[in-house]
Design a protein around this ligand. Structure first.
Ligand SMILES: N[C@@H](CCC(=O)N[C@@H](CS)C(=O)NCC(=O)O)C(=O)O
Length: 231
């Protein structure tokens, strides 16, 4: 008799049960919603309202789940995952198609470079807790806080526009002609920029990519206004 064939277990190939803690206006949660949609994955939604009840992210039960008290949090078969980019790369690993990162190392670095420009350098400066500290901790008035927000998005978008406008790797999307992690980060940040009424005309490449993204149902369905918790 030959060696026994060991079939892969159904468990290891099955898609896990997913629960996503989300807030409609959160751009980090928006990223994960896009990734889930692109992968054709459904998650049970749990809504954490960042403003109601003094901020539901600060409730004890939620803090136990996510000590950073931010959304998104993903439960995958009960395993707690936080940080949107870690969650998205995890989803990409368990459901490889369509890929959210290209294959070649330089191409992957390029996509991550764009994604991280948004996720590490633009988004954190405009986060709710930062704005709250500016107001309550440092006494910064509403007008100056708005200018703070616009300043950091403007500076980040100027760099991204330059990076994307004259790079041969840019296509219909940030990298080539299909959406990647870079678009997943860029598009929600543009939604935030619209909320603070930033003039987007100086960023024609970003606008073109956003338009291409919203032609895909995965991006449109993930928009804040299309969420069940949209107020
Ligand atoms: N780097 C984190 C950022 C998460 C984050 O800051 N989420 C915001 C919403 S976009 C939040 O929950 N803020 C709550 C607060 O600042 O109190 C990620 O990518 O998941």
């Amino acid at each position: 008799m030959g060696a026994a064939f060991s079939a892969p277990s159904i468990r290891s190939s099955a898609v896990p049960d997913l629960i996503l803690y989300s807030y409609f206006r959160s751009s980090a949660a928006f990223r994960v919603r896009i990734a889930l949609n692109l992968k054709g994955l459904a998650a049970d939604m749990r809504f954490i309202h960042l403003l109601k009840d003094g901020g539901q992210q600060y409730a004890d039960a939620y803090r136990k789940l996510n000590p950073q008290q931010t959304v998104p949090t993903l439960l995958s078969d009960g395993h707690v995952l936080t940080q949107s980019l870690a969650i998205i790369e995890y989803l990409d690993e368990i459901v490889p198609a369509p890929p959210l990162l290209p294959t070649a190392p330089l191409a992957r670095a390029r996509v991550r470079q764009i994604a991280l420009s948004v996720a590490c350098d633009i988004h954190p400066l405009n986060n709710l807790r930062v704005l709250r500290h500016l107001k309550l901790g440092l006494g910064v008035d509403d007008g100056a806080r708005l200018e703070w927000q616009r300043h950091w998005v403007r500076e980040g978008f100027e760099a991204l526009e330059t990076m994307l406008s004259d790079d041969p790797a840019s296509g219909r999307f940030c990298y080539g002609d299909s959406p990647t992690l870079a678009d997943i980060c860029l598009v929600p940040q543009m939604a935030n920029a619209r909320r603070i009424q930033l003039d987007l005309a100086p960023y024609p490449t970003l606008l073109r990519i956003e338009e291409a993204a919203y032609r895909l149902p995965a991006f449109t369905a993930a928009r804040p206004e299309n969420q069940l918790d949209a107020a």
